[in-house]
Ligand binder design. Structure first.
Ligand SMILES: [Zn+2]
Length: 61
């Protein structure tokens, strides 16, 4: 699956704020995901990100 910056994705586990939706803000060796619920930003290695992302919710425009 190919992702792009600005894509909204769903993850397996929900964030403590209750949201399961994240916006991709950076792609590379590491992925940066911004929580759509509380704007918290996490950095994940690409491999880990591929595992936790379960669905592409909305393609970036
Ligand atoms: Zn959150």
């Amino acid at each position: 699956m190919k992702y792009a910056i600005g894509d909204i994705v769903r993850t397996k586990k929900q964030h403590p704020c209750g949201s399961k939706l994240w916006e991709i803000t950076r792609i590379g060796v590491d992925f940066k995901l911004k929580c759509k619920g509380c704007e918290h930003i996490i950095t994940l290695p690409r491999e880990k990100a591929m595992k936790v992302i379960t669905k592409l919710e909305k393609k970036a425009e």
